[in-house]
Design a protein around this ligand. Structure first.
Ligand code: NAP
Length: 482
């Protein structure tokens, strides 16, 4: 199956932090891919910007090496690279200095969409916004893309929102949460709102509970210094998992317009119950036969930061009161998997007798690996041996359903094109981010107050035993991480 590609309008995109990991690994490969597919028009221009002094050719060499390193067999061929590089420039600029800005201004066109991608550390988000304003680079058609983390708590998020608002309207600010760019996450909205099947059942009367799992096998690696100040709660729950929860729990928006969707997500965040300390389990991985412990990796022997967190979250509204949402995420776990599992309640009465082997219907939405969906249903086991029941999985892998040739775009491909198109649906609004922090901050404050220490867990396990108890106490169990 070949996806329909509609080219976006011509644009100038400046990537601040173009020599950094994210730009080389994700942003530039995503743009090259969109160019190859014909979505980035030939009139599109990209300017990489960072402090390192590089010629245009040096920068092309750096990007070419990144393509080889990160795209492997799907790296663009020489002809495509040459075409793409014709549209790729580089400028030396220090976000904190005065040099380079007027040179940058001279390279930008006035009659096309202008986007500035802040792919730099969060301490530079404010100075960059101020620099763009101070040097007169903001036109009505200008957008900024702001990476995560957006603040470290409510206070810092609010301050950053205010700094950005001094130079940009909310409609010009694209706060990225790359989870929202994943095909399956968008598909969640299609499943819920383009089918009649699920919506009547999508509430506390029929849904027993929801599990959201984001498990990684890797440790903190080179991000140790950043991660140790953040932890799983700030790094994953406040943003990515919160977004997933919102998409599962929100009311149907009146349209797919950005603010219609974001209004509904915001209502979910406002309806989240405060989380008691007994509803949270924090963990930290220990060392393995050939892997370092978390504390060794971050070089802080007494680190109190969690590399794992599990929470039980309640939502106080008519739709969800009484249906818990269990969230867990962690590093160095058994497998790399992200999924949302909606477990339905048992039917009110079994006509097959009390002893029928009953298994709940579960809708599993897999975000990775092998994006797709599974619906667990009960059927009669084939054969003449009477009415024996069995649960089977109606399985849909997107790769199978859409054909092997169908390229599932990386989240950044979709999101950057949305920036150029001016579509903010998959980006977080300022009030949404603040509301998420307002819910998160007291949870963090509570464990800081009680000097809670993370529970140790073995690398390659499913997390600390205490997390099993968290859900077992409710008579439920986690789905296996595999
Ligand atoms: P990184 O590898 O440390 O790159 C930072 C970039 O910023 C470099 O290009 C650096 O180049 C540039 N820079 C630093 N100081 C500068 C200054 N004063 N003026 C202009 N440029 C400056 O970081 P990263 O991993 O790419 O992450 C970038 C942002 O994306 C961060 O906010 C991060 O939290 C977020 N993010 C990253 C990932 C990821 O997978 N890497 C994932 C999600 C979010 P020079 O030293 O040459 O100036």
């Amino acid at each position: 199956m070949v996806a329909r590609v509609i080219p976006v309008e011509p644009f100038d995109l400046v990537i601040f932090g173009a020599t950094g990991d994210l730009a080389r690994r994700k942003i530039l490969p995503a743009l090259c891919r969109r160019y190859a597919e014909g979505q980035m028009p030939p009139e599109g221009r990209i300017i990489g910007a960072a402090r390192t002094e590089l010629s245009r050719e040096d920068f092309h060499t750096m990007v070419s090496e990144a393509f080889d390193e990160f795209l492997g067999a799907s790296a663009p061929d020489a002809a495509l690279r040459a075409e793409f590089f014709e549209r790729l420039d580089y400028i030396t600029i220090d976000a904190l200095g005065d040099d380079g800005w007027s040179d940058l201004s001279g390279r930008l066109r006035d009659d096309v969409v202008r986007a500035f991608y802040f792919s730099v550390g969060p301490s530079l988000f404010g100075p960059l916004a101020t620099g763009l304003g101070r040097f007169g680079l903001v036109t009505p058609e200008t957008r900024i893309v702001v990476e995560k983390p957006f603040g470290n708590d409510l206070e810092t998020a609010r301050a950053l929102n205010q700094t950005l608002a001094a130079h940009f309207n909310e409609t010009q600010i694209y706060r990225i949460d790359h989870y929202l760019g994943k095909e399956t996450v968008q598909n969640l909205m299609a499943v819920r709102f383009a089918n009649i099947l699920f919506e009547p059942l999508w509430n506390a009367r029929f849904v027993d509970h929801v599990q959201i799992t984001v498990a990684e096998t890797v440790g903190v690696g080179g991000r140790g210094a950043y991660y140790d100040k953040s932890g799983a709660m700030r790094d994953m729950v406040q943003n990515h998992m919160m977004q997933l929860l919102c998409l599962i729990a929100m009311e149907p928006p009146y349209s797919f317009e950005p603010d219609a969707v974001r209004d509904e997500k915001l209502k979910v965040i406002h309806a989240l119950d405060p989380v008691e300390p007994r509803q949270v389990v924090r963990g930290q991985y220990g060392g393995g036969a050939d892997t370092a412990s978390y504390a060794e990796e971050v070089e802080t022997p007494d680190s109190n930061t969690e590399s794992y967190i599990a929470l039980k979250v309640g939502i106080s509204n008519w739709r969800w009161k009484g249906t818990p949402f269990y969230l867990r995420t962690g590093k160095r776990l058994r497998a790399r998997t992200s999924e949302i599992a909606v477990t339905f309640r048992d039917p009110p009465h079994s006509i097959f007798g009390e002893d029928a082997p009953w298994k709940a219907n579960i809708l599993v939405i897999r975000l990775q690996p092998d994006e797709g969906m599974t619906l667990k249903v009960m059927i009669k086991e084939p054969g003449p041996g009477g009415m024996r029941l069995k649960d089977v999985a109606l399985d849909m892998s997107f790769a199978d359903a859409l054909g092997e040739d169908m390229h599932i775009p990386d989240a950044y491909e979709r999101l950057i094109m949305d920036v150029i198109r001016g579509n903010q649906t998959l980006f977080m609004r300022g009030d949404e981010v603040e509301a998420a922090w307002a819910w998160t901050d007291p949870i963090i404050a509570a464990w800081q107050k009680t000097a809670d220490t993370p529970k140790p867990y073995d690398p390659g396990s499913s997390g600390p035993d205490e997390a099993l108890k968290l859900i077992h106490l409710d008579g439920r169990s986690w789905r296996e991480i595999r």
